[in-house]
Structures are given as structure tokens and as C-alpha cells.
Ligand binder design. Structure first.
Ligand SMILES: Cc1ncc(COP(=O)(O)O)c(C=O)c1O
Length: 451
């Protein structure tokens, strides 16, 4: 075992060392070679060292270098050194994070990380949280708590009686709602098309003046950090109106809520802490390994009511039982890596990560604008939208940038325009990486435009 793990550590170290210089995308030859991992399952056991060698030799070249410094697609962070190392230790521990009795360390780390998160993001003291796989499940988990609470107010027990015949809940979202939130709503029986969509402004922010009347059976979903522009809904106004009406406000704060860490960006977050629940991603901007997210609920009793189960053989204590806050029973102990990430960077290091990535997003915007290309959004956070000309030109340039391999960015549609999205979310990105990537983008764009 010792030799195997030491060898694996040097393979992983070699892989990480190769990231800054290798192509961000794997070559077609490397992807085709993945066939070598298949074939019929061998009848007899193999030496684990050989199995790992095969996995590394064939698998590593076929990875996308999302852990490297020049991946700007979707909203994908890297993995902080302490978080990666903690992930290895956690693998060795093989803890089932479900219960206090199955892992006291995982249960205690959840409590610590929750307190740190509440403190870092200025969320209400006493909030409860479930440690889940990412924002999709954080939205699902928080919205389940909202469903329980809103229906309880109307005298209905959704856990016992389901949704057939239940009093209706009015779900309100911004027109720029993330698709994963709509998916969570559909999984919860609210339906994707049954929602009221509120018009947005030119940055994708929900228009406060277009809010419908709210009441104590309204579930209002707002956003901290639009996936295209990084913009924030006007939370202070919305939450004040919702509080007067006793409506539930849920925040999809996947990456944007981390902005609260910095005094520079905290003003954008004003009022979000007056909501009732928050979905937060950790594998994005907190730079922990996949998968990791947090569903935070102001009044933990609603989350517990939605998620708790019991059975004679399952023990429960009077301590915080992790599995009373999440959809799963057995699960990965994600708080281990979260603890390591937060403990290693500290408040100042986390703030520096957020501020550096935002500054780098502005640097990208400046370099591309100086080269004559259009920036379509106000760069308020870590997201940049670029147009290289017509829709066809922009699409062709995105494809060429992707296959070039210096860096990777995806495409999107923004209010009728085709654009390239740049999302700066990794601890590993240096200013030099931004300049090198911008140079490659400009060179490729000019080559294609002058053809
Ligand atoms: C605003 C927003 N909500 C939800 C999601 C979905 O997150 P996940 O892929 O972790 O489920 C994303 C992903 O980018 C996002 O930006």
C-alpha cells in the first residue's frame, strides 16, 4: 500500500507540474486512446500499481486541464493545495459523512465550516446547512425547506401528504434564472413553466419595479452572480418587500455570494443576508475538489423537517446530525476539504483570491477592448462577455480558441448577441496567464477576421 500511494503521489505531482504548459484541451489522439481502458473486464486480478499506471498513462492525457491556470470555461475553479491534500487524506479515512456515529470528525468539521461560512459571508447566526454536491443540489435542498415551510403556514404537511391537492405556492424567478434552479423546482413538483418570470435589465438583474404582489405563499428566487455577467439582483429592495409580505426569498448564490468576502465587492451583496435560504457553490470559487456545495437555511427547523428520516437501526444523538440536513444518507465527507481550504487561506487569503480573480477579469476586459473587441457586460465580478464581431465570427473564433489549447472559454447568447464567456475562478491563474491567454485570443481573432 505504501509504495502504491507514494507512486500515485509522484504521478499526481507530475500531472500537476505539467498543467501550466500542456494544452488545456486533450488531443484527439489522447481521447481516442481511452479505448485502451475498456474491453472485457479481465478475469483475474491485476497488480494495483499496474492498474494505476494504466490509468495515469491513458487517463491523464485525456483530461481537460481545468485544474490548471488558464481554464476560463463555465464557472470552474481549480483545487487549492491544502484542499487536494485533504481530499487524499479523506480518501484514506473513507468516512461516511452521514451521522455523528459514523464519523465524529466529519460531523464536527461540518459544524466548524458552517460557522466559518456564516461569518465569512455575513449570513444570519444560527442558520442551518446541508453539505451537498453543488449548487443544483443546494438549490434543491433549500427549496425543499422553503416548500415545507410555506405549505406548513398554509396548514399542509407536504412530507406526509405530498403535493396532490396542496395549497398552491406562487414561484417567482428572474428571467435570467439559472437552468439548474428551474430543474430543482421541477424535481420538487413546482414545474418549470408554472413560475412567474420577472423581466431583467441589461445586466440580467431582476427589475424590482416589475415584481408582482407577494404574499405568505410566495417563493421568490433571486440571484447573486449571473452566470453570464456576474450581476446581482437588487436584494435589499426585494428582501424588504418580501419580508413585509412574509414571502420566502431563496438566493442562488453559486459563485457570487463569495464576493461578500471582500470589502470591495460586499456592497454588491447588500441585502442578500436578509433572505431565508442560500445555495452556495464550493467547487467553483472556493477551489475545492468536485463535488461540493452548501444549502444554508435561516431557520434550520425547516431544513430538518424536509430532510430528516429515522429508523430503528439508525442511531441519532442530540448533537447536529449531518444527514438531517441533506437529501442523502451515506455520503462523502465534503467538509474535510472545505475545512482545509478555509484553514489554509484564512480570511485574508480567501479575500485575496476573490479580489485577484475579479481584477484579472477586468484585465481581460481591458486587454480585449484595447485590441478593438466589444465587452458586452459591466465587469463587476469575475465574468466577462466578449463579442468578436458578428455571431458567426464570434462562434468561429471561440472554436479556434478552444482548439488552440492555450486557454479555454465557452460561448453563450447574451440578450440577442453571441458572446464568448470568460470566467476567472481559479487560485492558480496569474496575471501572466491572463496576458498570455488574451494575446492568444487576439492573435487568433485577428487571423480569422483578416481571412
Ligand atoms: C448561478 C448558478 N446557479 C447554479 C449553477 C449550477 O451549479 P452546479 O453545476 O454546481 O450544480 C451555476 C453553475 O455555473 C451557476 O452559475
Amino acid at each position: 500500500m505504501e509504495k502504491l500511494l507514494a507512486e500515485t503521489a509522484s504521478r499526481a505531482t507530475r500531472y500537476l507540474a505539467s498543467l501550466p504548459e500542456r494544452s488545456v484541451v486533450p488531443s484527439p489522439v489522447s481521447v481516442a486512446a481511452l479505448e485502451k481502458l475498456g474491453g472485457p473486464l479481465p478475469e483475474s486480478p491485476a497488480d494495483p500499481a499496474q492498474v494505476l499506471a494504466l490509468l495515469d498513462d491513458i487517463g491523464s492525457p485525456a483530461t481537460v486541464a481545468t485544474a490548471g491556470p488558464r481554464y476560463f470555461g463555465f464557472v470552474i475553479g481549480g483545487t487549492l493545495p491544502a484542499a487536494l491534500a485533504a481530499n487524499w487524506l479523506a480518501g484514506a479515512w473513507d468516512q461516511n459523512g452521514a451521522m455523528q456515529i459514523s464519523s465524529p470528525v466529519a460531523a464536527r468539521l461540518e459544524e466548524i465550516v458552517l460557522q466559518w461560512t456564516i461569518d465569512l459571508l455575513d449570513l444570519p447566526a444560527g442558520s442551518g446547512a446541508g453539505f451537498v454536491t453543488g449548487t443544483t443540489m443546494a438549490n434543491f435542498t433549500s427549496l425543499a425547506a422553503a416548500r415545507t415551510a410555506l405549505l406548513k403556514r398554509a396548514g399542509w404537511n407536504v412530507e406526509e401528504d405530498g403535493l396532490f391537492g396542496a395549497p398552491p405556492i406562487d414561484v417567482v424567478v428572474g428571467d435570467e434564472v439559472h437552468v439548474s434552479l428551474l430543474k430543482a423546482l421541477s424535481l420538487l413538483g413546482f414545474g418549470r413553466s408554472r413560475v412567474t418570470r420577472i423581466p431583467v435589465d441589461n445586466q440580467g438583474r431582476m427589475r424590482f419595479d416589475a415584481l408582482p404582489p407577494l404574499n405568505d405563499r410566495t417563493l421568490l428566487c433571486i440571484q447573486a452572480g449571473n452566470v453570464n455577467t456576474g450581476a446581482f439582483d437588487p436584494a435589499a429592495q426585494i428582501c424588504a418587500r418580501a419580508r413585509d409580505a412574509n414571502a420566502w426569498v431563496h438566493v442562488d448564490g453559486a459563485f457570487g455570494l463569495w464576493g461578500a468576502l471582500s470589502p470591495q465587492y460586499a456592497p454588491l451583496l447588500a441585502g442578500f443576508n436578509a433572505a431565508d435560504s442560500w445555495a452556495i457553490d464550493c467547487h467553483k470559487w472556493l477551489n475545492v475538489p468536485y463535488d461540493s456545495g452548501l444549502a444554508v437555511v435561516r431557520e434550520p427547523k425547516h431544513l430538518q423537517a424536509a430532510m430528516s428520516i429515522s429508523a430503528a437501526y439508525l442511531t441519532s444523538s442530540n448533537m447536529r446530525e449531518p444527514w438531517h440536513y441533506v437529501p442523502e444518507s451515506s455520503r462523502r465527507a465534503r467538509a474535510i476539504e472545505l475545512w482545509a481550504a478555509m484553514r489554509s487561506l484564512g480570511r485574508a487569503g480567501l479575500r485575496e483570491l476573490i479580489e485577484r480573480n475579479c481584477r484579472q477579469a477586468r484585465l481581460f476586459a481591458q486587454l480585449l477592448a484595447d485590441a478593438g473587441f466589444s465587452i458586452l457586460n459591466d465587469v463587476v465580478l469575475n465574468q466577462v462577455l466578449v463579442s468578436f464581431g458578428t455571431a458567426d465570427q464570434t462562434r468561429a473564433i471561440i472554436a479556434a480558441i478552444q482548439s488552440d489549447g492555450t486557454c479555454w472559454c465557452g460561448g453563450t447568447q447574451w440578450q440577442g448577441n453571441t458572446a464568448m464567456r470568460i470566467s476567472v475562478s481559479s487560485w492558480a491563474t496569474t496575471d501572466e496567464d491572463v496576458r498570455r491567454s488574451a494575446d492568444a485570443m487576439v492573435k487568433i481573432a485577428r487571423q480569422l477576421l483578416t481571412r
